[in-house]
Design a protein around this ligand. Sequence first.
Ligand code: SAM
Length: 466
Amino acid sequence: MSKKRVSYWRQKSCRKAAATLNRAHSNTLAEEGSKCTMQAWADRKAPELFSGCIPSGQGNIHHTCGIYYIILMCQMMSALALCGVGAEKILANELKKLGLPVLGAVFGKVRFKADLRGLYRALMSLRTADRVLLEAGSFSALDFDALFEGVRAVPWEDLIPQGMGVRVAKVRVNRSQLHAVASVQGIVHKAAADRLCQHRGLNRLPEQGKQGELRVYIEKDQVALLLDLSGEPLFKRGYRTEGGIAPLRETTAAAILLLASWRRKFPLYDPFCGSGTIAIEAALYAWDMAPGLGRDFALSDLALGNRELEQTVRAELLGQVDFSRIIRIYGSDEDPRAVSLAQSNEVRAYELAQGKGAAGRGIRPKLPLPWLPDFRVCPLQQLKAHYPVQDGFIITNPPYGKRLGDRESAETTYQHMDILSRKFPGWKLGVITNHPGFESFFGKKADACKALTHGAVPSYFFLFTV
Ligand SMILES: C[S@@+](CC[C@H](N)C(=O)[O-])C[C@H]1O[C@@H](n2cnc3c(N)ncnc32)[C@H](O)[C@@H]1O
């Protein structure tokens, strides 16, 4: 590369770095606002980011900032994706498919590594994660002093932007010396606020408007401080305006589709479709649509977020959506209101896949109407075979008897489900219910049964060949 070219590249990198640093660290730069500040910021960050790769004081500022910018964008961070207990393996597989290294999985939590782009991809693409959290800090604490110091040592000013406060949304303590949840909550808030206030010369943090949401998990005296990157939980895809009477979480619907190994080449039928969650999740999967395309995330409000990068990732994922795929997805329900809700939800999901949501507006031109799931009003007892083929999947969420009617009427419905064996011989049947005795009412032993929590409700996913 010629000398002239190198100098151009350095200056260009520096301008880009300045823009990014200005956005991400506008508070620091606005306070002190100069080239020197950027150098100071970079020097402060250098030991953490580069662990001595670049000897301090070497190179001019243009060169240094260009490299800092590139490394900052590629810096790997540890994160945690939350899911229903029982869905960890599927979630870990999703992360691996995104090329994000998985560090481990325990009860409803999968740890992984990602750079900023990877975090946006995870937020938009994961089908079975309920939330994605950044690991802001982890340390051991046997008493409240150690907890305070540990929280105060985290560079919150790099995560929480000027004008935003913090809220400790959840504390979980297990087998630890510190066990008073309310005290832990108060101390974590006080320590984070103390550092931010001192750093910004404030008396108190803003309590109105957007807040950085923290979760604190203490397990065997080891504290994990987690910053929420999702905002609304990820099962809120944005296509469902109303849920129906007893809707399934979108992430649970995705988990059971993946657990059953359904693929788009197979027909799919849900005879208790309600608001259409299972069928719509299947359609998103068949179209290769990242489920979070139509919504925003808390990450972009944080100091480490980057709206430009978010839109770039969104546009890339929108480009992968393929509506030309022929899908054979059906749903029915005895309740006409549920069916009309399912029909409006599927149109909304299709609109989001086109980039019409608030978050993706204007990214994609209008496309011809694709194959959509077909929803009809039909009580189970009047069922006809929808598709004259041997290989197909029925994946369904019949009434639980907890929220809908009583347990007895749910059990009667399970008995009536034997009609499925007669109408769809050879198909796979996947049923999610909270009734552990489903098999005895259905009259058949399942090929497999997986315990899976749905929100706080312990449930079972039974798989049969009918
Ligand atoms: C647990 S809800 C399904 C919720 C759905 N998965 C969703 O996410 O909206 C059960 C559904 O079964 C329907 N249902 C109950 N008994 C039925 C029957 N005999 N035939 C057809 N549908 C029935 C109810 O109207 C209800 O919508």
